[in-house]
Write a protein that binds this ligand. Structure first.
Ligand SMILES: C[S@@+](CC[C@H](N)C(=O)[O-])C[C@H]1O[C@@H](n2cnc3c(N)ncnc32)[C@H](O)[C@@H]1O
Length: 353
């Protein structure tokens, strides 16, 4: 959930001036820490405190009310109305479906308020996980084991993702998983909630109760932004490689153009024209090193060599263009540009992928 704090949760809460928040499942309270930056009024937390003593952690925050317990025991006793509820507790159909049902029936989230759910994507969108299997009625408890998961494979595997947790033996089917719980809840509440989700980072779902069109649009735009950022991050190498080839094409095109009549140009104008090599090849070095997605010395040398060789090749092509000639000075300026960019990027971490 923490992953979404800056890119989704905090802007959303700020934009709608949500002041009263309920968080179900807080673990060490890292996401709660983030929420406290935007929620000055009240943050209520329900968590059995398996990971840490949240009551002790937040004892000096008067706006935080941690309640130690299980959601399905605590929620029925509540009568407050919240602006926003986060659900990130026990990731199984029975718990999530009933959390939503109680929140709705007891009006715990106000009209225009929002319920945010983590883990609506893989692996728990269509597969149960149990923190406390003894709290789930037998007829809703799927056979489960402490084994891992691989995307695209229904059966559990010895290794794999989250092998330390009690995961349902099979993926899919009725009453299995967080997303299935949301869909089953929605079937019973047609038109009362707007639902949208992103599959990034195990999935974030958003249920807005009787929203305005503006809120739907804003929520959708933020979620699309999450997807776009993920897309750019996941495909960074590919995008930079494409940009590099495009940029090289533009540089070659420009360098094989016949020279403009420079008889009227002053010396300073000609010098300025030549100096353009510095920023032009600084940019090329930047694109090349980002395409390599590595910042080790070896990668720097490779990016520099590619930049210089490409510049030299362009000079060679230029020698065939009437009124132009190859210039060693230009290659030198290209090198200065590349070295300059190398210096600007000197703080980049080695072998960043
Ligand atoms: C995935 S962690 C939550 C992570 C947290 N939201 C964050 O982003 O830092 C799930 C937490 O839910 C809590 N939990 C498990 N079953 C619960 C239940 N029935 N009700 C409330 N919390 C529960 C566990 O203590 C566990 O720490």
């Amino acid at each position: 959930m923490e992953y979404f704090a800056d890119i989704f949760t905090k802007p959303f809460i700020k934009r709608y001036h949500y002041k009263k928040i309920l968080e179900i499942g807080a673990s060490f309270g890292h996401h709660s820490d983030q929420l406290l930056e935007t929620v000055p009024d009240q943050l209520t937390i329900i968590d059995p405190c398996f990971d840490t003593d949240l009551i002790k952690k937040f004892c000096s925050f008067i706006q935080v009310k941690p309640i130690k317990g299980l959601s399905l025991e605590i929620l029925p006793q509540m009568s407050e109305r919240f602006d926003c509820v986060f659900i990130d507790g026990d990731h199984n159909w029975y718990t999530v479906y009933h959390e939503l049902k109680i929140i709705h029936e007891k009006n715990l989230v106000r009209k225009g308020g929002t319920i945010l759910l983590h883990d609506v994507g893989w692996p728990y969108g269509r597969r149960d996980m149990y923190y406390l299997p003894e709290s789930i009625p037998k007829e809703f408890l799927h056979p489960a084991a402490k084994k891992g998961m691989i995307q695209g494979k229904s059966e559990l595997v010895a290794e794999g993702f989250n092998a330390n947790l009690l995961n349902a033996a099979r993926e899919g089917g009725p009453h299995n998983g967080v997303l299935t719980a949301v869909e089953d809840f929605l079937k019973e509440h047609h038109g009362k909630y707007f639902f949208a989700m992103t599959t990034q980072q195990y999935g974030l779902g958003l249920l807005v109760r009787e929203p305005s069109l503006a809120k739907i649009f804003f929520a959708w735009r933020l979620l699309a932004g999450v997807d776009l950022k993920h897309f750019l991050r996941a495909n960074k190498k590919l995008i930079f490689s494409a940009l590099t080839f495009l940029y090289m094409g533009v540089l070659t095109y420009l360098s094989i153009q016949p020279a403009p009549d420079s008889s009227g140009a002053s010396v300073s104008q000609r010098v300025l024209h030549n100096l353009c090599h510095i920023p032009a090849y600084a940019v090329l070095y930047y694109l090349v090193i980002e395409s390599l997605a590595r910042f080790s010395t070896k990668a720097k040398v490779a990016a520099f060599t590619i930049t210089i060789l490409f510049g030299a090749f362009n000079e060679y092509l230029q020698s065939f263009v009437p009124s132009r000639q190859a210039s060693f000075g230009d290659i030198l300026l290209n090198g200065i540009g590349a070295l300059g960019m190398m210096w600007i990027l000197r703080k980049r971490v080695a072998d960043r992928v």
